[in-house]
Write a protein that binds this ligand. Structure first.
Ligand code: SF4
Ligand code: SF4
Length: 164
């Protein structure tokens, strides 16, 4: 969904957003029940935990080898050479819109689109380019998906920049 501003080659050499520190586990991608059950059959080694009312997320708790806070555990669908092995239909909406997020500042408050500031490729672009992509329709798609799938809405935190 961000292919106009995010090149595959940028992600191939980065993959930052497919590995998670313990303090970043709130960011792991969400799957609906049907997709989770499909992936459990296709990838028997992947395990999931509940994350929200109707969603599941990869359980990375067994992926850490040390107590170091900076250690990262990879998403079970990340191949070190090929990148994400999921098809477009299987890939979570969260991953399709990253580093954009549907966010709210308080419980029940307005949902808006925010940019996380940790993607090196988008950080190299003028913010106006991201803003214009969001305002040209992508923002509306994100907000509409978020109202139908509220589990993907993240709480506002430092590192987010409001876009729309
Ligand atoms: S952090 Fe950005 S550049 Fe890196 S893999 Fe994720 S989307 Fe691609
Ligand atoms: S599902 Fe794919 S894109 Fe999403 S975090 Fe896992 S490997 Fe990365």
């Amino acid at each position: 969904m961000l292919s106009k501003i995010l090149k595959k080659s940028d992600c191939a050499s980065c993959r930052f957003c497919c590995s998670f520190r313990r303090q970043s586990l709130w960011e792991t991608p969400l799957f609906d029940r049907e997709t989770k059950e499909h992936l459990e059959k296709k990838f028997p080694l992947a395990s999931f935990r509940p994350a929200g009312e109707n969603s599941f997320t990869p359980d990375l708790s067994g992926g850490y080898r040390t107590d170091e806070p900076d250690e990262e555990a990879a998403c079970p669908f990340l191949d070190s050479e090929k990148g994400c092995v999921l098809s477009d239909e299987e890939k979570p909406f969260d991953c399709k819109i990253w580093p954009l997020r549907a966010v709210r500042k308080s419980a029940g408050g307005k949902i808006f689109v925010a940019l996380t500031t940790t993607c090196p490729a988008l950080n190299r672009l003028p913010f106006s380019e991201v803003q214009s992509l969001v305002k040209s329709g992508l923002g509306g798609k994100i907000l509409s998906y978020a109202s139908a799938n509220p589990d993907i809405v993240k709480d506002w935190r430092g590192g987010f920049v409001e876009v729309e």
